[in-house]
Design a protein around this ligand. Structure first.
Ligand code: PMP
Length: 463
């Protein structure tokens, strides 16, 4: 691969430096679909309404925001029928691909039969999905609570941990994102997303970031900070430690190896629970494993999930052990729509499709191929400071100085625009906002990866 890709990249570099290359050498992989004619409002009209009637905190990608009107598998179409390769929406929503026919059909067919609240009557959809989901988790993790979002799932997980342990203190990691309601905002410590509202009993531990962290990849050294927080910042007992195995919003940061097992031991000694936030890294995305935490050899007490679980419909879940789950019987616990028949029918179809289309294997094979290609680009372009992640959860950090790791904030915006102009959409994040988040739907193909790499090479060469 190195040879083939290397040759292609050098061809590209030559044609580009000649000034002859305004378009990638390869065309976007062919895709047999013609978008429907669009006669709705224009991008400008929508933007105007949005500014007037929606939250002033809304933001958008690109100087001229895209009006996306259709999605099919790993592709999106704008109002003019132009096709884009979507290298981000896998995280934002769709793990199996936009409008996947089998999942869409499951949702529509359940909608035509029944939509209702969750607990009052029996319905097979919620029970079938809970059973299937539990079968994907290790150990005694077999009781499922459904929610409507990742925030709600983490709120519930934190509440359960507090009730179960009788303690209040929560430890999370700096640069983490866990949600936007009061408890989860407490645990969130991502610079750009953190609102500093009342958040009692939450402590943020040093981030075991192999690229920027002081101890590099020595996970056990970072874990000492958790021990110190417990000794000096709490009564010696904690409710829970919550972490993403691969920080998503934080810029695709894989926790340094050895960190989670060491913290797990410390947390257990302090009577706490380990909550794994799998909202981004779950559902086969990391390729090597179905859940991100599995790469670290630890089994959490509570696992939370959302986003990809429903392939675009609002759905989240908390999975825990029967013993821990019992704390919610102390009062009535009820979530009006969490686990409703329509969403759980969709969720069950997602698990079926992941299996049938061998999407975890695809994430592993194509994701590794893509990562190798990005590493080659790193050899060629000094601006790439780091390439990291696994499967289809990859990060490319841009820096203007490799030694100082100075965030390339202006440059990343320029590259993003160029990528979009060549038909590739990618996400952005990280503590400094200088990391490309490459998290496509899991059906992203090797041809898509080739196209992505070529376009990225051209865009970086233009800087
Ligand atoms: N946890 C993680 C790791 C997330 O990335 C997010 C969303 N970005 C959430 C929780 C919150 O999920 P939601 O937006 O569905 O509330």
């Amino acid at each position: 691969m190195k040879r083939i890709l290397g040759r292609r990249l050098s061809q590209l570099a030559t044609s580009f430096s000649n000034g002859s290359c305004v378009k990638p050498l390869l065309k976007m992989p062919s895709f047999d679909y013609t978008p429907l004619p669009y006669d709705g409002p224009t991008a400008g009209e929508i933007l105007k309404k949005r500014s007037e009637f929606l939250s002033p905190s809304f933001f958008h990608f690109y100087k001229k925001p895209l009006n996306i009107v259709e999605g099919k598998m790993q592709y999106l179409f704008d109002e003019e029928g132009r096709r884009y390769l979507d290298a981000f929406a896998g995280i934002a929503t769709v793990c199996c691909g936009h409008c996947h026919p089998e999942i869409t059909e499951a949702i529509i067919s359940q909608t035509k039969k029944l939509q209702h609240s969750t607990v009052l009557y029996l319905n097979h959809a919620i029970a079938d999905f809970a059973e299937a989901l539990a079968s994907k988790l290790p150990g005694d993790l077999k009781v499922v609570f459904f929610t409507n979002s990742g925030t709600e799932a983490n709120e519930l997980a934190i509440m359960i941990a507090r009730l179960y342990t009788g303690c209040h203190d929560i430890i999370s990691i700096r640069n983490a994102y866990h949600g936007n309601a009061s408890g989860t905002m407490g645990s969130t410590a991502q610079k750009n997303w953190k609102f500093n509202v009342i958040q009692s009993g939450v402590h943020h531990a040093q981030n075991p970031d192999p690229y920027r962290g002081v101890f590099g990849s020595e996970g056990e050294k970072y874990a000492r900070d958790v021990q110190e927080i417990i000794e000096f910042g709490t009564s010696g007992q904690v409710a829970a430690f919550i972490a993403e195995a691969i920080q998503g919003v934080g810029g695709i940061v894989e926790l340094a190896p050895g960190y989670l097992p060491a913290v797990y031991k410390t947390i257990k000694e302090a009577g706490g629970l380990f909550i794994a936030d799998e909202v981004q890294s779950g559902f086969a995305r990391s390729g090597s494993h179905f859940w991100g935490f599995q790469a670290h050899g630890v089994t959490p007490d509570i696992v939370t999930m959302a986003k990809g679980i429903g392939n675009g419909i609002p759905l989240g879940a908390v999975v825990t052990t029967p013993e821990i789950a019992r704390v919610l019987t102390r009062r009535n616990y009820f979530n009006t729509f969490g686990g409703n028949p329509v969403c759980t029918a969709g969720g069950l179809a997602v698990l079926r499709v992941l299996e049938k289309e061998r999407l975890q294997q695809n994430a592993f094979v194509v994701g590794s191929y893509l990562k190798d290609g990005l590493k080659l680009l790193q050899e060629k372009h000094d601006i790439i400071g780091d390439v990291r992640g696994r499967g289809f959860m990859l990060g490319v950090e841009l820096v203007t100085d490799r030694q100082l790791k100075t965030p390339a904030n202006a440059e990343i915006l320029n590259v993003m625009e160029l990528l979009k102009d060549m038909g590739v959409l990618v996400g952005k994040g990280g503590f400094y906002g200088n990391v490309f988040r490459i998290t496509p739907p899991l059906c992203f193909s090797k041809e898509d990866a080739d196209y992505f790499l070529e376009v990225m090479d051209i865009a970086l060469s233009k800087l």
